[in-house]
Design a protein around this ligand. Structure first.
Ligand SMILES: Nc1ncnc2c1ncn2[C@@H]1O[C@H](COP(=O)(O)OP(=O)(O)OP(=O)(O)O)[C@@H](O)[C@H]1O
Ligand SMILES: [Mg+2]
Length: 239
């Protein structure tokens, strides 16, 4: 099955947001976004000061957080109408998420962490011939192949970050969301990592949303967004 075939059933832009509002604590809005849209296949660099709501916005786009108000359509699916379980299934099938804190499963090996999306989602499983072989290819490119059978708790921060990236890329999800994925990598590794990320994104015809403080990376992306300029909550001094 081609990647495009596997994605049939999703329509519309990668991300379409209208009048989206979110607060962790009532009365303290963190996100107030009038409009934001990403086309399919776009690579987007998102930056903003610490605390400006970058991770929160990614959590909303991934369906981990639920907005109080607004429209949030991901790959043509309105996340606000889905149950929690349906959102979890949608995320597993269509989103590769590199969390800022990695969120690796501590009692699983590197290989088991990387192949996890293929166990959680039939869509992701259908896009690889053999999950273990796909994990080996990604691990090899990310220079963590010798660690495949190690527990993730035995890894350095930079190694854990690369496991998180391999887990996001496996099974060619339509939308890849990365929260500071290069912060623990040295300059050489960072450049090789970005090459791999862009090659995978192009091959899978995925959309990439990439959050980083490192503005020197912005030129590699189709579009650069400053969250502070888009987010009315940040502009008005909201929490
Ligand atoms: N779980 C939470 N409960 C309550 N408030 C939170 C929670 N997570 C984040 N916040 C608040 O929401 C705001 C935005 O946080 P967020 O983590 O989205 O920022 P960020 O732009 O990703 O910052 P950084 O660059 O430091 O990662 C901050 O003021 C933070 O204190
Ligand atoms: Mg953050």
């Amino acid at each position: 099955m081609s990647v495009r075939d596997a994605r049939r059933g999703t329509t519309g832009p990668a991300v379409a947001i209208r009048d989206l509002r979110f607060s962790y604590v009532p009365g303290h809005e963190v996100i107030d976004l009038p409009a934001l849209e990403f086309a399919r296949g776009e690579t987007v660099f998102l930056h903003g000061p610490s605390g400006s709501g970058k991770t929160t916005l990614l959590g909303l786009i991934a369906g981990v957080l639920t907005p109080q108000v607004g429209q949030l359509a991901i790959l043509g699916t309105d996340l606000t109408t889905l149950s929690r379980g349906a959102r979890d299934r949608f995320r597993a099938a269509h989103l590769g998420y590199v969390f800022q804190m990695f969120n690796l499963i501590p009692y699983l090996t590197v290989r088991e962490n990387i192949t996890l999306p293929c166990r959680l989602s039939a869509d992701r499983r259908a896009r690889v011939t053999d999950p273990d072989a796909a994990a080996r290819v990604l691990a090899d490119r990310l220079e963590i192949a010798p660690l495949l059978e190690a527990r993730v708790t035995a890894l350095s921060v930079g190694q854990q970050q690369r496991v998180a990236v391999a887990r996001a890329l496996i099974g060619a999800p339509a939308l890849i969301v990365c929260d500071e994925p290069t912060s623990a990598l040295d300059a050489d590794r960072r450049d090789r990592f970005l090459e791999l990320l862009f090659a995978n994104v192009a091959e899978a015809e995925s959309t990439l949303l990439f959050v980083s403080h490192d503005l020197s990376l912005a030129g590699r992306f189709d579009r650069t967004l400053a969250l502070r300029e888009l987010n009315r909550a940040a502009a008005t001094g909201g929490v």
